[in-house]
Design a protein around this ligand. Structure first.
Ligand code: ADP
Ligand code: MG
Ligand code: MG
Length: 884
């Protein structure tokens, strides 16, 4: 084939070419399941169409051939006036994309063939129901008419008929609706709804191609890091009718509960319904048990098929099906989206059932899913006012101000407000708002509604189908049945694990998974699943995981979370608070004696800090970074100081110390402090400072040895750009070590290494490695220095614009810029190791806890990553996923 292939000839391995939906339709066809026949126009055709701005050569002829074959198979011609073949035109990219065009159903109906279709049944209602759906879908998705206009016309008609239900509209009403919809199209576009079946088909196909480049689709791809050039496939499939009366219907199902992971099928079914009715929340659906009552034979067949699919895919599947006059048809399957909780539980269940092994179970969960399981939950003991209960669609505890449209959500979120997006139901248009909201609340729709599916995919908290809420988006408020009104800006709390909606801000408590990591006994199936997976991960990773911790308390917690040492202990906070005065003394000292006295006073405090940390991490490496930030950060504000002094002057006070301080502050003022006197430069410029810190570290270590401990300090020199800097400092540290040893009469083991956080350090890593026992990549500064971005300024200033414009898809401070900064890391690893094979390598920037970056650090061969205590379990898991 060049552009088109029949369902009979594809397979699930061909997602690149056929898209996910097409590949899985082909797979189900191959398995002999009841799939309405059809064909797939490949992603390659879409790529060619988009590249040349029109149908590629030969596409029309291939569609002719495959459509002809389909017509022969079905014994009907597309859109024939007497007895028409109708088809659906369904988009389907390699990765499922809720931002894409919806499907167009009932293609082939026109003013003539609708009469032919009506003759197929005693009740012609369904034919006109199908036709009004085609005009509506075609009008909005292909011809670009605002979908609200159709929805309003439908609501208007229902109001005139005094009903809320589509099903109460009779055939004449539907005929009228078709005419109304056609008129809307004419008014809005100046064009008629096309009557020629083949024109309908071709235009629908092109609309699917074009939908690849809508803003929503582009945004979604950036978010999900889906490549821009994949294109979408288009599936053309014979229609089956779930709206053929009460022995017909349409449903969705999961082979396991996608919210909790519980074993046992789960689904929604709606009688006499077509297409999206079941997920759109238009009418209330029934469960699969009720479906069993309505149509036992189809139900039994569905269960059989679900079990076949799960064994075949060895994973939880979601399914779309339709029953036409008691005959079951499969319309879609794929490996189903699930909540983080369900992901962990399903993975271990499947391992226990022998469907997969534990390695695969580890591959099937992600660090960010584990991170979301570590989020706090609402405190069950706290006072709370329950407003309503909807469906638990995506877990988490979200608190924020209610907003009722995506624009307000984005605006408020940009100014730093937490918002909850409240809608009747969501559509792809709401995506921007869903991205920035803490949580999503809808009054309609089930666990398979758009809101639920998208929220789960993004890991956003969601409660859907809270029917007691009357949501009025026009006036920006909702009214709870029985009273309370919540207006735009009012704070609400939603619990995506229970479906509860509360007034005000409910306090939150730690998650069960965190309590388990903290060492508590917790009897909970989710905790058991998480524990088993993380234990298996530990046995299968190459990277060690350390933590960034500056206090004994943090170090102890991180150790309980599984940290194998400290990768970064910052010492700057040890100079703040009460000790600030001592630092000021150090800076204003104008002679050697003054400076020595200040340092002497700082020493015991520092030693105490280090002893505590070395004790908490006994037996494990502790990397202590010598003081790093610009010194003036420890000095008083220049304006404040000047004002105080001016006031003192008017009163005739002398204030000698303050005057000296002001002098020092003025002297140390820098235009670009991040590029100024900091890191190793401080150590070299202010004699005695690094020596004091080294002494504190080594004396603390000696004290730990005396106490029977096993301290493993590593002294890390920040911001080195030249090996000469490191040599100078190293020599001084060695001198201190010799002194301490002579004084205490015992040897203390320690290492000296450096951070690699300047491009020059990375490029001269071979020279530096000869003087260092370890490197630790300070990827925050390395990113800042490589891009020339001031980290403290740029993120708020323009990163959202950069992300929108596609300069990058995620902040390089959040996830390592592998192509740019990553090259420096790789270069430094290679040159460093070549010069010093014993060199130990790690990373201590924020990136050490970012899943995507961890995979890169594993690949370039670092020995460990270091991250904040709460990220340690995440890093343990991702380190294994990188390796397995
Ligand atoms: P999405 O990707 O948004 O799920 P689909 O292409 O799966 O869109 O179409 C949505 C729904 O339309 C399906 O779940 C199904 O109910 C209905 N549908 C699609 N094709 C057919 C068909 N050939 N016959 C009957 N219903 C169909
Ligand atoms: Mg579908
Ligand atoms: Mg730094």
């Amino acid at each position: 084939m060049t552009w088109v292939s029949d369902f009979e000839s594809g397979s699930k391995a061909q997602k690149d070419l056929l898209g996910g939906k097409g590949a899985n339709l082909a797979e189900m066809t191959r398995l002999g399941l009841p799939v309405p026949p059809g064909f797939t126009i490949s992603t390659r055709a879409c790529q060619a169409y988009l590249a040349q701005g029109g149908d590629p050569d030969g596409l029309a002829a291939e569609v002719d051939d495959h459509l002809g074959a389909l017509e022969r198979k079905m014994g009907r011609g597309l859109g024939d006036a007497d007895d028409p073949l109708l088809v659906s035109v369904r988009s389907g990219a390699k990765f499922s994309m809720p931002g894409m065009m919806e499907t167009v159903l009932n293609v082939g109906l026109n003013d003539a063939s609708v009469r032919g279709l009506a003759r197929r049944s005693e009740d012609p209602r369904f034919a006109y129901d199908s036709y009004r759906r085609l005009v509506q879908m075609f009008g909005s998705t292909v011809m670009g008419v605002d979908s609200d206009l159709f929805a309003e016309a439908l609501d208007d008609l229902k109001e005139r008929r005094g009903t809320q239900a589509d099903l109460d509209l009779d055939v004449d009403d539907l005929r009228e609706l078709v005419a109304t919809f056609q008129r809307i199209i004419r008014d809005e576009t100046g064009e008629e709804f096309p009557q020629a079946p083949r024109e309908q088909l071709d235009r629908a196909v092109r609309a699917v191609f074009d939908s690849w480049n809508t803003d929503r689709a582009v945004l979604y791809r950036r978010q999900e890091r889906i490549p821009e050039d994949l294109g979408t496939a288009v599936n053309v499939q014979a229609m089956v009718f779930g709206n053929f009366g009460m022995t017909s219907g349409s449903g969705v199902a999961f082979t396991r509960d996608p919210a909790t992971g519980d074993q046992g099928v789960y689904g929604d079914y709606l009688q006499n319904a077509q297409g999206e009715d079941v997920v759109a929340g238009i009418r209330n659906t029934v469960s699969l048990e009720d479906f069993a009552q309505v149509d036992p034979a189809s139900h039994a067949e569905l269960l059989e098929i679900m079990s076949t699919l799960e064994r075949h895919y060895r994973d939880m599947c979601d399914i779309e099906f339709t029953v036409e006059l008691g005959k079951l048809w499969m319309l879609q399957t794929r490996v189903g989206k699930r909540t983080p909780e369900a992901a962990f539980r399903i993975a271990v269940h499947m391992a226990d059932e022998g469907l997969i092994d534990m390695d695969e179970a580890v591959r099937r969960v992600t660090g960010s899913q584990l991170a979301s399981l570590m989020f706090p939950r609402f405190d069950a003991e706290a006072d709370r006012t329950l407003l309503a209960t909807g469906m638990a669609a995506s877990p988490g505890a979200a608190v924020g101000r209610a907003v009722f449209d995506w624009r307000t959500a984005v605006e408020w979120a940009e100014r730093g407000e937490d918002v909850i997006l409240v809608r009747k139901e969501t559509s792809p248009e709401d995506l921007h708002g869903m991205v920035v909201a803490r949580g999503i609340l809808t009054s309609r729709g089930g666990k398979t509604s758009h809101a639920a599916v998208v929220a789960r995919g993004m890991g956003r908290t969601c409660v859907c189908g809270a029917e007691a809420l009357d949501v009025d988006t026009k006036h920006g408020q909702f009214v709870v049945r029985g009273g309370t009104t919540v207006r735009e800006g009012d704070v609400i709390s939603i619990d995506g694990s229970t479906g509860e909606v509360f007034a005000g801000a409910v306090p939150v408590t730690p998650s069960a998974v965190v309590r388990y990591f903290e060492g508590e006994e917790v009897d909970d199936p989710l905790v058991e699943a998480a524990a088993r997976i993380v234990e298996h991960a530990d046995r299968n990773r190459r990277l060690d995981v350390r933590t960034n911790a500056d206090t004994g308390e943090d170090a102890a917690r991180a150790r309980r979370f599984g940290a194998q040492g400290i990768g970064l202990c910052r010492t700057e906070h040890m100079f703040l608070g009460e000790r600030r005065q001592l630092v000021e003394d150090l800076i204003v000292a104008d002679d050697e004696a003054g400076r020595a006295a200040a340092l002497e006073a700082l020493l015991p405090a520092q030693r105490g800090d280090f002893e505590e940390i070395l004790e908490a991490m006994d037996g494990l490496p502790v990397t202590i970074r010598l003081i790093d930030p610009p010194l003036h950060e420890f000095l008083p504000d220049i304006t404040e100081l000047s004002v105080n002094l001016a006031l003192a002057d008017t009163k005739g006070h002398r204030k000698k110390r303050e005057r000296k301080l002001l002098e020092a502050v003025q002297r140390l003022h820098e235009q670009n402090p991040m590029l100024g006197l900091r890191g190793v430069r401080l150590g070299i410029a202010i004699p005695g400072l690094f020596e004091m810190q080294a002494r504190a570290i080594l004396e603390a270590a000696a004290a730990r040895v005396r106490a029977g401990g096993d301290p493993r300090p590593e002294i890390m020199v920040p911001l080195v750009g030249s090996v000469r800097e490191l040599d100078l400092v190293r020599r001084r540290i060695e001198q201190v070590a010799a002194d301490v040893q002579a004084e205490l009469g015992r040897e203390v083991d320690f290492k000296v290494g450096t951070m690699i956080e300047l491009p020059r350090a990375a490029l001269t890593a071979d020279e530096i490695a000869r003087s260092a026992e370890f490197f630790s990549f300070g990827t925050n500064d390395l990113t800042q220095m490589t891009w020339g971005f001031s980290r403290d300024d740029v993120e708020a200033a323009f990163f959202s614009t950069y992300i929108e414009q596609g300069v990058f898809s995620v902040s390089p401070f959040e996830s390592l810029d592998v192509e740019g900064v990553g090259q420096l890391v790789r270069t430094a690893v290679e040159r460093g190791r070549a010069a010093n094979p014993d060199l130990h390598l790690g990373v201590c920037g924020e990136h050490g806890g970012d899943p995507h970056s961890i995979h890169f650090f594993d690949e370039v061969g670092l020995d460990y990553v270091s991250c904040s205590p709460f990220r340690v379990p995440v890093a343990r898991l991702e380190a294994a996923r990188a390796h397995l």
